[in-house]
Design a protein around this ligand. Structure first.
Ligand SMILES: Nc1ncnc2c1ncn2[C@@H]1O[C@H](COP(=O)(O)OP(=O)(O)OP(=O)(O)O)[C@@H](O)[C@H]1O
Length: 352
């Protein structure tokens, strides 16, 4: 299973791609949450407009589905500029990048998603383009190769990455502004749900939005996806209005629980608790018990469980926290007393 197949996966699936354009906020004032980034970006853009120039290059970091693409489109809209969208994996050769850069118009926004996945030669070409608005196009090979300088019009690069730490410092330093996007608070996701419901022409009562927001794992993309599934349920099983009961019943059908865990997340936790007494247990053993690949458990299920404080990765293996026992309604085994054989004398995850 990969994260795209999950209702609570943060990457865009085909259906998301088809409907997201309609749900994207178009201006900064419409963008919900991320107050700090929004405020700072507002200043950057206003100043650039007042100077009549091009905005500084912007780096946006944060998990998938938090609104980096949306913000890049807003930057272009606020600057009255066109936008070109590409991604790191699509630029494997410096020539690919040269072709894009040389066709940019003055002031255009170039959105480079997954910028950390660009090839090294392309990255080096980007340094010069960002700093001097110039690239050297190499013609020919070997000793006869020559570099032909090519002037570029001023443009704004908006780079997006899920892993700002992976960017080489020379690249990071060339951005005039870096904004880190955090996961959204439930109250912010409620606003996302209400806004999207209005655009999709779905009636949602406040409690229905609370129910969807609480299961959306801090991510607007997931909130929008759950809203669409709940809408289907409301239309087929009720009068189309999303109430708390309808949202809760619909998400039960889709096996997304009240904290946003899905079947895989719960299978990992249940195995850890029921078969291994809460751990510690090695990742491979846990994966076999769940019947999934090691990578699936590690990359698909664990990050959210760790973020939610339900599971800890320790040098001795995976360990469930007290919150995990509580979430599945199970009772943890008694902790060995520090003075009994086998007791470590160290306070564990259950405290001293
Ligand atoms: N602040 C927000 N307010 C309202 N809707 C939002 C907000 N942020 C994101 N969304 C919605 O969430 C969806 C996903 O956003 P977006 O594509 O911008 O995320 P992303 O961070 O670029 O994801 P990826 O890293 O996968 O490309 C869009 O449909 C967008 O409308």
């Amino acid at each position: 299973m990969n994260s795209d197949e999950r209702l609570v996966g943060a990457d865009a699936d085909t259906e998301d791609q088809a409907v997201e354009a309609a749900l994207r906020p178009k201006e900064l004032g419409e963008f919900i949450g991320q107050h700090r980034v929004r405020e700072q970006l507002d200043l950057v853009l206003r100043a650039a407009r007042a100077r009549g120039g091009t905005a500084d290059h912007v780096l946006l970091s944060g998990a998938p589905g938090l609104g980096k693409t949306t913000l890049s489109m807003i930057i272009a809209a606020e600057m009255g500029a066109p936008i070109r969208i590409t991604s790191g994996p699509a630029i494997q050769h410096a020539g690919d990048l040269a072709a894009i850069l040389s066709s940019l118009q003055e002031g255009e926004v170039l959105f480079l998603d997954e910028i950390h996945r660009m090839s090294r030669p392309a990255e080096e070409m980007l340094y010069m383009a960002m700093e001097d608005f110039r690239v050297d196009v190499i013609v020919g090979k070997g000793p006869g190769a020559t570099a032909i300088p090519l002037e570029l019009p001023p443009f704004t690069l908006v780079g997006a990455t899920t892993r700002a730490g992976l960017l080489p410092p020379p690249l990071r330093d060339r951005f005039g502004f870096t904004g880190h996007m955090d996961f959204y608070e439930p109250a912010e996701l409620e606003l996302v749900v209400h806004r999207s419901a209005q655009l999709l022409d779905v009636r949602t009562d406040p409690e229905g939005a609370v129910e969807i927001a609480g299961r959306s794992r801090g991510t607007p993309r997931i909130a929008n996806r759950l809203l669409r599934r709940v809408r289907d349920y409301a239309q087929v099983k009720a009068d189309g209005v999303i109430t708390r009961e309808i949202a809760s019943a619909a998400l039960e059908v889709y096996e997304v629980d009240e904290r946003g865990l899905d079947r895989l997340d719960r299978a990992v936790l249940r195995s850890l608790l029921k078969l291994f007494g809460g751990g510690p247990v090695g990742l491979s053993t846990l994966a076999v018990a769940v019947g999934e690949e090691r990578e699936t458990v590690e990359e698909v299920a664990e990050p959210f469980l760790v973020r939610e404080g339900l599971l800890a990765r320790t040098p001795r293996g995976r360990v469930a926290t007290p919150a995990a026992w509580a979430h599945l309604g199970l009772t943890p085994p008694p902790q060995p007393h520090p003075s009994t054989p086998g007791g470590s004398g160290q306070p564990g995850l259950f405290g001293a």
